[in-house]
Ligand binder design. Structure first.
Ligand SMILES: Nc1ncnc2c1ncn2[C@@H]1O[C@H](COP(=O)(O)OP(=O)(O)O)[C@@H](O)[C@H]1O
Ligand SMILES: [Mg+2]
Length: 407
């Protein structure tokens, strides 16, 4: 939380004693007690250094000019609620001097002032400074605790917002297909004698239940990715051009031939065809949803050394660097997407990342006004070495990592 440099700044004593060698002598005396003291030329320097961090201020009364005191009282007043820097002022002995009254009263009510009357014995000064530093260390502990609590509160608030968002998305998106399936089932039950419409209704029920099943699977997989667990893959020998061509064909039926395939050669590898299909589908539908309207989305496939590269490109408004960092997190959506009519859960890119990383690869994004947006997936040609090893208690060949098919 606090770096070594900060720690050192927080333990130093700023000394202001303008007469002769007083400040240097004080520094050496404190150094012998293991206390780091830094002499300052005037109160302006004390204030500037105090901003960077200090354990206590040790000031000689005669150095407290009116303008300097105004500066100091402003700096003391501007401290965070946890901070109350100890200020030790050494004064002339005997009668209360006007300067002493001025010093103490200008630092009230926020100042934590101790007066040491001169002549001050070395032992007294060291004890006073040590006790001031102990009190100050407690303040820094409170600050650290406060920061820790604040961070926890922020993450709890973020989590609560996420949950609320999740519930409303769930209610909105899952109720649609459930209602449609329920209506179809009701009609089916009401007229069992009519055979053909029953088939049509059965298809509708199945389609809607499939949609729900997909949504639930996406949610579970995204939470798995968020928890840092790899997605289970069913590895098999596959060919990338065929997988992507299937996705392109399906999307072109729905989106008036907007998706183009740029594949020079076949690329064979050992991957999960289902998961790669899901990743490419997500990236391509994003290109259609968030790219410039009616503009093409191009999916290029290349083999580069021992890796396969799939890049999905679209024109349109670019993603900011901040968005590019965030969007792979669950439920993250760019502000422009939230404002648009495009609905979504913000899980697609999390699933893409999960799928690619489970294959031992990476997904990256580049975006600019001229260039448009390109998401690039790179996976090794053989993902088998990247599968988690079966633990001793598991079956030797868990069904999630089966290698099938020769090629
Ligand atoms: N090709 C793209 N061009 C511009 N923005 C994109 C693109 N792909 C994704 N995004 C942004 O990333 C966000 C997250 O995408 P995704 O995880 O697939 O969730 P969803 O599509 O459900 O919003 C989108 O909401 C959108 O803001
Ligand atoms: Mg999406």
């Amino acid at each position: 939380m606090t770096t070594e440099t900060n720690r050192a700044l927080e333990q130093r004593v700023l000394v202001l004693a303008p007469i002769g060698r007083d400040a240097l002598v004080t520094r050496d005396v404190l150094a012998r007690a293991g206390i780091v003291a830094e002499p300052c030329a005037d109160l302006a320097e004390v204030c500037a250094k105090f901003e960077e961090g200090a354990g206590a201020l040790l000031l000689a009364e005669e150095a407290l000019t009116v303008s300097g005191l105004a500066l100091l009282s402003r700096a003391v007043g501007a401290q965070s609620p946890w901070s109350d820097v100890p200020i030790i002022i050494s004064t002339g002995a005997g009668e209360t001097t006007a300067a002493r009254v001025r010093a103490v009263s200008s630092l009230e009510p926020s100042g934590n002032v101790t007066i040491l009357e001169r002549p001050v014995r070395v032992f007294t000064m060291i004890t006073a400074v040590q006790s001031a530093l102990r009190g100050r260390a407690r303040q820094f502990q409170m600050r650290d605790l406060h920061l820790q609590l604040q961070r926890q509160m922020e993450s709890l608030t973020a989590e609560r917002e996420l949950r609320a968002r999740f519930v409303s998305l769930l209610a909105h998106d899952i109720r649609g297909p459930v209602t449609a399936a329920m209506l179809a089932a009701q009609v089916l039950l009401r007229s069992p004698e009519r055979l053909d419409p029953r088939r049509e209704l059965g298809v509708r029920i199945k389609r809607n239940l499939d949609r729900i099943e997909h949504m639930v699977r996406d949610i579970l997989d995204a939470s798995r990715v968020q928890a840092g667990q790899p997605l289970p893959l069913r590895l098999e020998g596959c060919e990338l051009k065929t997988i992507v061509a299937d996705v392109v064909e399906e999307l072109n039926l729905l989106h008036a031939d907007r998706v183009r395939l740029d594949a020079v050669e076949e690329v064979h590898g050992i991957w999960s065809a289902d998961e790669l299909r899901r990743a490419v589908w997500n990236l391509a539908t994003n290109g259609i949803k968030y790219g410039a309207p009616h503009s093409p989305v191009t999916i290029a496939i290349r083999r580069i050394g021992g890796r396969a590269r799939i890049s999905v490109h679209n024109k349109g408004a670019p993603l900011s660097p901040d968005d590019r960092r965030r969007l792979f997190e669950p439920f993250a959506r760019a502000r422009s997407a939230e404002a648009s009519s495009q609905v979504g859960w913000g899980l697609g890119l999390t699933l893409v990342r999960g799928c690619v990383e489970a294959h031992g690869g990476q997904v990256t994004v580049e975006s600019g006004v001229e260039e448009g947006t390109t998401f690039t997936i790179e996976v090794p040609l053989d993902s088998r070495p990247f599968q988690p090893r079966a633990s001793a208690t598991e079956a030797p060949n868990p069904p999630s990592t089966v290698v099938a098919g020769a090629w």
